[in-house]
Design a binder for this molecule. Structure first.
Ligand code: ATP
Length: 256
């Protein structure tokens, strides 16, 4: 990223002010349970994310990571308590979430293929009635590849550019908590690095991130803490450094 683009994005934070002030975690999840019919995909997990942290959920295919993120975003019916800045998320209708500062970047990105980059970004601010021009400028500063392609149809972007667009669209809602589902999925290694540089920049600007990744090494390298999920349960919770050094994690998820 160029220095000028960094400078333009530093003028105002990408996330809105927290305003919580009681010292509790930004996100606190207690005894979360999610079932698909008779299948218990998430079996009573508890975890927390502090303001300003970048935390990952890692685990094998089918462990329940995506289901957990979708449940936090209120896209799936779930049992258990979820609090954002102390407020019960699980008691709110899901459409009320975006106004509360929570945004999900779904697995597979979900950009609108027939809309331009600029139109996709504007969709991320559809709930706002204030001027979005300054936010667009900040997103283009953070994601110069999108700035160059602002008139291009999203469906014609590369996979990595679509991932950046999905992140940019979520940032248009000025989230305090960004839920990122498998941003590396289907991308070539070089593009994975670029997308993760973007994720780091977003975190550096004060957006709290909960990241789901099958690429455990990458996730643990960028995050400060992590949770390991296996068959719907959290089996390990520790700092990323400790998880990277843990022989169980190394054997199961780092291919050693
Ligand atoms: P992946 O990395 O493959 O997305 P994951 O850890 O995110 O894996 P989930 O996608 O949350 O895992 O899946 C958890 C369990 O729930 C799996 O057994 C999966 O088969 C099941 N599951 C997920 N979505 C559905 C669905 N829509 N209907 C029925 N079962 C589902």
């Amino acid at each position: 990223m160029s220095n000028s683009s960094e400078a333009s994005t530093h003028s105002r934070p990408l996330s809105r002010e927290g305003g919580r002030g009681d010292g509790g975690p930004l996100l606190a999840v207690a005894d979360l349970q999610v079932s698909y019919g008779g299948i218990n995909a998430v079996k009573g997990i508890s975890f927390a994310v502090e303001e300003g942290e970048m935390v990952c959920l890692i685990g094998a295919n089918g462990a329940g990571k995506t289901t957990t993120l979708k449940a936090v975003a209120r896209m799936l019916p779930a049992k258990g308590e979820m609090r954002l800045r102390g407020e019960r998320l699980d008691l709110l209708p899901s459409h009320a979430l975006i106004g509360r500062g929570l945004a999900l970047v779904p697995e597979g990105r979900g950009v609108f293929a027939r809309l331009s980059v600029a139109e996709n970004l504007a969709m991320g601010a559809y709930h706002r009635d204030d001027d979005i021009a300054a936010d667009l400028d900040r997103i283009y500063g953070l994601l110069p590849r999108l700035a160059e392609r602002r008139s291009q149809l999203a469906g014609t972007l590369s996979g990595g550019e679509q991932q950046m667009l999905a992140i940019g669209r979520a940032l248009m809602g000025r989230p305090q908590l960004l839920l990122l589902d498998e941003p590396s999925m289907g991308l070539a290694p070089l593009m994975v690095q670029k997308v993760f540089e973007v994720v780091r920049s977003v975190a550096a600007q004060g957006v709290t991130i909960l990241l789901v990744e099958q690429n455990a090494k990458l996730a643990l390298e960028v995050c400060s803490r992590g949770y390991v999920m296996e068959s719907g349960k959290i089996t390990l919770a520790d700092t990323a450094a400790n998880l990277l050094a843990d022989p169980r994690v190394r054997a199961a998820y780092l291919g050693e």
